[in-house]
Design a protein around this ligand. Structure first.
Ligand code: ADP
Ligand code: 5GP
Length: 204
């Protein structure tokens, strides 16, 4: 993984967790509430799902196009998740950082840990379900995936949960309203850490 240029002040917030737990729901909430926050639109080879829009939810590519981007060293990180390729393009994250925005990245645990290795001040937030059976209910309820896709995602959930201990924060997404409050509090607290704000503070 390449060193990513980092402007002082911008924070990378990583949100990970098993499929169906509510990551996108929480990201959408944060983006609607926090104008200084931008979403890193990942690139993927998986088929478009439900109401998704190319360039908004993901940049959709075929496998060959994705591999070309890998060869051209365009990715900050990339991984194979649920049998598809997913990656974070450096350019998008760097542009947001250069413009002074904080960035939220919804990536799997491999991606989250790779990004934190590159930028130790990145904040890792894991979203977990109250019970495994909630994942199936939510994936079925979302109505966007076939039975076989849901099965693959549920099978991978146990493995992803093993990485919770490497994350900075854990949100058990039971009541959505409580989870929204909690994730917002995490963002507020991280933005106000003395180590991040001291350089801008002038005593008069
Ligand atoms: P992910 O992005 O983690 O795959 P989504 O955000 O798409 O998950 O959520 C999956 C489904 O679960 C959606 O239909 C969403 O409305 C629903 N959902 C999200 N959070 C909760 C919650 N706390 N309780 C019940 N349903 C939820
Ligand atoms: P979904 O297909 O449900 O949108 O995402 C499946 C998984 O891929 C989720 O865990 C999601 O966080 C992860 N993912 C999405 N984009 C990226 C990315 O750019 N890099 C990595 N490593 N994982 C990603």
């Amino acid at each position: 993984m390449e060193k990513n240029k980092k402007k002082k002040g911008s924070i990378l917030f990583i949100i990970s967790g098993p499929s169906g737990v509510g990551k996108s729901t929480l990201c959408d909430y944060l983006l609607s509430e926090l104008p200084a926050l931008k979403f890193s639109v990942s690139t993927t080879t998986r088929p478009i799902r439900g109401e998704e829009v190319d360039g908004v939810n993901y940049i959709f590519k075929d496998k060959e196009e994705f591999k070309n981007l890998v060869d051209q060293n365009e990715f900050l990180e990339w991984a194979i998740v649920h049998n598809n390729y997913y990656g974070t393009q450096k350019q998008m994250v760097n542009d947001f950082i250069d413009e002074g925005f904080d960035v939220v990245l919804e990536v799997d645990v491999q991606g989250g840990l790779a990004i934190q290795e590159n930028d130790p001040r990145a904040v890792l937030i894991f979203v977990a379900p109250p019970k495994f059976s909630d994942l199936e209910q939510r994936l079925v309820g979302r109505g966007t995936d076939t039975d076989s896709v849901i099965k693959t995602r549920l099978n991978n959930a146990h493995g992803e949960m093993q990485s919770i201990k490497l994350y900075d924060y854990l949100i058990v997404n039971d009541s959505l309203e409580e989870s929204k409050d909690l994730i917002r509090s995490i963002f507020t607290a991280e933005r106000n850490k003395a180590s991040r704000t001291l350089s801008d503070y002038i005593i008069r």
